[in-house]
Design a protein around this ligand. Structure first.
Ligand code: NAD
Ligand code: ZN
Length: 343
């Protein structure tokens, strides 16, 4: 078992990473919720794979359980399903002191977290992320949201979970592209904050408890420095400025687009004299080892579109670049400078 403590003043919480953790759900929540009823929210895919394991553990551990299932996919991150989940929980007579578990990928985590932030003005919830992307990214940091008014993640709240339980065995049922999706973020953490992780990824290890912990330790550090996303968290955007454009244009999965976006940011960094030339080949090699796309897109062709990025603040774009492997810098460029310097 590996553990990470997210040390936020008001809401510290623990992440537990263990093979077979789902079977021990009851044991892993006992200290924060010794007894009572637990409501699990999941989607129809994860329901078939893991709901029984989690429920059995909870029931055997003396908990009373009930659950709500919604359809899988981003289409469920909407007001309609927000209302549906709240309604079902209320029909089942959920009380303010009871516990919700979000069992599933990032969609379940974001939606359930938002429900937990607002129902009764806040109910404790535990995240059991089952996709690699959710384990690497959405399950820690406390950002919860639904999509609305044609905008992604526009209605939401900061709501830290009471605990996060990660079971690497859930990777076995992810298809290759879903797995890749999380790998993009995992490698990104190494690139911006953990050179040791990059070194180990060069040997293509299995994505086990150790690798997950090393990767999450980077996000942990960033979240602790910047709980409410006003500065440091920007670093997690490495590969995303170009990645978002590529994702929308060519239909890559998010993590795959981040892989390509990282390569584009590395080239840009080289041209600006910020990124040493030895960074690109290492990241490229790791992406290849894990079968992530490495198709070359010329960043200059997409620079113009970065100006429309939602993170563009008053005409200045913050590019996250590497100044060495495992270390990032924020490089600010105004729209005017972009036009002059690079186009
Ligand atoms: N809150 C944050 O900080 C944050 C960060 C990154 C992404 N996100 C959000 O996360 C969402 C994407 O997450 P996602 O990629 O996990 O999407 P998802 O929840 O839709 O999961 C992808 C698919 O995999 C299935 N699945 C999940 N676990 C599985 C398993 N172990 N085996 C087989 N199938 C499994 C799901 O049923 C779904 O069909 C987006 O809505 C995004 O906005 C949030
Ligand atoms: Zn991302």
């Amino acid at each position: 078992m590996k553990e990470l403590n997210i040390e936020l003043k008001a809401h510290p919480y623990k992440i537990i990473i263990e093979n077979g953790a789902l079977k021990k759900t009851a044991e892993f929540i006992k200290d924060i919720y010794p007894k009572g009823k637990v409501f699990i929210v999941t989607d129809d895919v994860v329901e078939k794979l893991y709901l029984k394991t989690v429920m059995d553990s909870l029931n055997n551990g003396g908990y009373d359980t009930d659950y709500v299932v919604i359809p899988h996919g981003e289409e469920s991150k909407t007001l309609k399903y927000y209302a549906y989940v709240c309604e079902e929980l209320l029909k089942k007579d959920i009380r303010r002191s009871q516990l919700i578990i979000a069992l599933g990928g990032g969609v379940i985590g974001d939606l359930t977290g938002f429900v937990a932030s607002s129902l009764y003005r806040g109910i404790p919830y535990v995240g059991i992320p089952t996709s690699l992307l959710a384990q690497m990214d959405s399950s820690i940091g406390g950002k919860t949201a639904i999509d609305f008014y044609n905008r992604k993640n526009i209605l939401g709240a900061f709501k830290q979970p009471a605990r996060v339980i990660i079971d690497p065995e859930t990777h076995k049922t992810l298809d290759d592209r879903e797995f890749n999706n999380g790998m993009g973020e995992l490698i990104k953490h190494g690139a911006i904050g953990n050179k040791g992780l990059l070194d180990s990824l060069l040997n293509k290890p299995a994505i086990d408890e150790d690798v997950i912990k090393e990767s999450l330790s980077v996000k942990k550090r960033v979240v602790e420095l910047d709980e409410f996303d006003t500065g440091e968290r920007m670093s997690l955007n490495f590969g995303h400025t170009f990645g978002h454009i590529i994702e929308l244009k060519y239909g890559y999965k998010h993590g795959e687009a981040v892989a390509i976006g990282m390569l584009m940011a590395l080239k840009m960094g080289e041209d600006l004299g910020v990124t040493p030339k030895d960074c690109y080949p290492v990241i490229y090699k790791i992406l290849k080892l894990y079968n992530l796309p490495t198709t070359e897109y010329d960043y200059k062709e997409y620079l113009k579109e970065t100006m429309y990025d939602k993170k563009n603040i008053a005409g200045t774009i913050n590019f996250i670049l590497l100044d060495k492997l495992g270390h990032y810098v924020i490089y600010k460029l105004t729209e005017k400078e972009i036009k002059e310097k690079l186009v």
